[in-house]
Design a protein around this ligand. Structure first.
Ligand code: SAH
Length: 354
């Protein structure tokens, strides 16, 4: 056990939790706001520099508490697109990745919520590496803080929960990190700039709707047919597409937002005429748009079974598919592949031997 493990970790605590902490150590609860601001606004990891906190309290905090969670190991650059992949290690020797994707007016940070993923989607490298554990709220938050420190906080303009893992299966910690990212006290990001992507945990989508968090929700659809979806996304057997769509309708209504359907195009599997027809019917049933993702190769994982047989839909067909949907008044975006040269594109995040 090292020093950090014995100390209480403060990174990832919400304002309420920090207040409780200060009360528990016999301090005034207004200290919470000061520390909150230091940790999440100034990105400080050193109690010593927190000049508005008394020297005695700073030294007490230094001996009892820690502000460190992740350690940045490497940064990989994609020369063609400017995408950067950050590799972090955790206190227990696990490795996770985050990606910063620059675009014209924005830099989007893609963060992970789990080490690996339990969902086993057949097209996803993270799924192939299996599930290790949930990330703590501190570890989720630190992916933002450590990349923001490099880029400048104001230059990370958007956050997407689309890295490793299923955010709605690490629900409480995902919610805490959203609270921290968007908090007015630290001039956080607007909720509109945060997207949670889910493979479909229907009861959690309902809960999210009730909380009225108003973050954007993306749903990994990949097929509008139950059977095909179950074939490539085993979670569909537990929470059916129908259950999820019912929950998404409520989410869209409550939050007055459009749902983004993510649709990774797989040759011969979900790119036919019948798929277009089913998508048109689905999209007309709730406010939505479609984000088409070209399938990124997962060959670096040496997959077996159905995963080994998956092939990308050719670009020409992707465009035909998108046009057919657009002709039916559906908003469609084709996501440009970013960072596949450093295995940082959608679904390529995986660490062997983590
Ligand atoms: N667990 C969340 C976040 C995962 S990754 C979810 O399922 O939504 C973000 C998106 O990338 C998801 O839509 C996912 O289905 C997609 N994806 C996964 N592997 C991919 C691959 N190899 N090529 C293209 N997209 C992929």
């Amino acid at each position: 056990m090292n020093d950090t493990e014995k100390k209480i970790g403060l990174k990832g605590l919400t304002l309420n939790e920090l207040e409780e902490y200060f009360i528990s150590i016999g301090e005034s609860k207004f200290r919470a706001k000061q520390l909150f601001n230091w940790m999440y606004n100034h990105i400080s990891t050193d109690f010593g520099e927190m000049q508005n906190i008394s020297k005695e309290l700073r030294s007490k905090l230094s001996s009892e508490a820690s502000l460190v969670t992740l350690k940045l190991e490497t940064v990989q650059d994609s020369p063609s697109t400017g995408t950067k992949k950050y590799l972090f290690s955790t206190y227990d020797g696990k490795k996770i990745e985050s990606v910063v994707i620059p675009d014209k007016e924005r830099n989007t940070l893609c963060i992970s919520t789990q080490v690996g993923c339990p969902l086993d989607c057949k097209f996803c490298a993270t799924g192939l590496m299996g599930y290790k554990r949930n990330l703590t709220a501190g570890e989720i938050t630190d992916q933002y803080l450590l990349t923001a420190r490099e880029y400048g906080k104001e230059n990370i303009t958007n956050i997407v929960f689309m890295g490793m893992g299923e955010p709605l299966l690490n629900y409480e910690n995902t919610l805490k990190s959203i609270e921290i990212f968007t908090h007015e006290l630290t001039k956080g990001l607007s909720r509109k700039r945060i997207t949670v992507s889910t493979a479909g945990i229907a009861n959690k989508i309902m809960d999210l709707a009730e909380r009225d968090l108003r973050v954007k929700l993306a749903f990994s659809l990949h097929s509008a047919f139950e059977e095909t979806r179950s074939q490539i996304m085993p979670i569909n057997k537990k929470y059916s597409l129908k259950e999820n769509i019912d929950a998404l309708k409520i989410y869209a209504k409550k939050t007055r937002t459009r749902i983004t359907f993510e649709y990774t195009m797989l040759k011969g599997l979900n790119d036919g005429a019948k798929d277009i027809k089913a998508l048109i019917a689905l999209c007309s049933s709730l406010p939505s748009k479609i984000n088409i993702i070209p399938f990124n190769s997962i060959r670096h994982m040496n997959p077996g079974g159905i995963s080994a047989e998956l092939e990308p839909t050719p670009l020409k067909r992707i465009h035909e598919f998108a046009d057919a949907l657009r002709n039916n008044n559906i908003t469609v975006m084709i996501r440009e592949t970013q960072g596949d040269d450093i295995a940082a594109a959608c679904g390529q995040l995986a660490i062997k031997n983590s």
